[in-house]
Design a binder for this molecule. Structure first.
Ligand code: CA
Length: 370
């Protein structure tokens, strides 16, 4: 990258940061001010995904590459796949401890530590990708998220979005709410709680363990992401019925977590580069999924005996009813969750009304050219 472009990128980054809300701003005599601008930083980034997994695993690699380029090599980030440095579901602890300076994962995995965190990954029947990004960056969501992670010494940033996911892979048809009873399903977060209340036996498994669990019959059903990622795991070889839509994850945000002390010790330009690179990765992942899911679904249908099915309307209605209860109860767990719920819910109500006459009405109106 030539010097002029690099300078423009850095200047844009700094302008961008200073125009955003400033929850990560540090005092005048901060570590950042004392940092040596010539120093090279070597960071570790741990993830919950297999190394280089399409979409999820590629995003942190892109972040590392862009940061290295924009910083002229002054901030170098080495990315570790799940289990390489720490297990998939210990990313949060590793970043909190400082074992790694950064992590890439999903906030709903940490519901045992901070119940309110679940609002920042995905809420059943909640916001889609476009709306999540709007709430986080222009509706106060990111600031609330930073407050939730503050006690853990972690700064969260949005680090990707899957778009609307699929409801998942099932080894039998779901024709009624009754069919959910006794179903052994891998489904994390609030969606998992909803399925549990409808009689399913749910658990969360790291992505890398899903295929074997489904193939061996340890579970009867699983959700993962969508066609692009599900094809990569070969889930079509382990179950036949592929249901939509992903009511439980309508626009899941992945998180980039940064150890607060490590972040504050960076010079300010590197802080800006990192923050803007995260914002770029956040959008980039959604672009990748949007571009790849359609072709992957065609491949899944053409190559095998996959049965693509919509969830019946009455099942979706019941799921929504229970989801509303589960989310309301989550808001009552502690004052922090209540505050997030109020912000989320208000944003959701307003955006639903507006999107009825904009996005939704347009999608309903358009058709494929003859
Ligand atoms: Ca999922």
């Amino acid at each position: 990258m030539n010097k002029i472009i690099k300078t423009i990128l850095v200047m844009t980054a700094i302008t961008f940061i200073s125009s955003c809300s400033k929850p990560t701003e540090t005092p005048a005599t901060s570590a950042a001010d004392k940092a040596n601008p010539q120093q090279t930083y070597h960071w570790k980034l741990v993830t919950s995904w297999p190394k280089n997994f399409p979409g999820l695993g590629v995003a942190p690699e892109r972040l590392a590459s862009w940061v290295k380029e924009m910083s002229g090599g002054r901030l170098q980030i080495k990315v570790y796949g799940a289990g390489e440095l720490v297990p998939a579901l210990e990313v949060f602890d590793a970043v909190s401890r400082g074992t790694a300076e950064m992590g890439h994962s999903g906030a709903y995995y940490w519901k045992g530590k901070a119940p309110g965190a679940q609002f920042f990954s995905s809420v059943p029947f909640g916001l889609n990708a476009q709306e999540m990004n709007a709430w986080l960056h222009y509706g106060g969501g990111l600031q609330l998220w930073q407050e939730v992670y503050e006690p853990f010494g972690i700064i969260p940033l949005a680090g990707g979005n899957s778009g609307v996911q699929m409801a998942g892979w099932f080894n039998k048809e779901i024709n009624s709410v009754e069919d959910i009873k006794g179903l052994k399903m891998r489904i994390p977060g609030l969606g998992g709680e909803v399925m549990t209340r409808l009689g399913a036996l749910t658990e969360n498994l790291p992505g890398g363990e899903i295929f074997t669990a489904l193939q061996t019959g340890r579970i009867d059903a699983t959700e993962w992401v969508g066609p692009y990622n599900d094809l990569a795991f070969g889930l079509n070889k382990a179950a036949k019925f592929y249901y939509y839509p992903g009511w439980h994850e309508p626009g899941t945000t992945m998180e980039l977590t940064v150890n607060k002390k490590a972040f504050e010790a960076l010079p300010k330009d590197l802080q800006a580069i990192l923050t803007v690179a995260a914002r770029a990765v956040n959008q980039d992942m959604l672009d990748e999924y949007t571009a790849k899911n359609n072709a992957a679904l065609k491949q899944l249908i053409e190559n095998g005996d996959v049965k693509l099915r919509p969830l019946p309307a009455d099942v979706l209605e019941k799921l929504q009813e229970v989801s509303d209860q589960v989310v309301l109860e989550l808001s009552e767990v502690n004052p922090n969750a209540k505050k997030i719920y109020q912000s989320f819910n208000e944003f959701r109500s307003n955006v639903i009304d507006y999107h009825k006459i904009s996005e939704q009405s347009y999608i309903n109106a358009r058709r494929t050219p003859e």
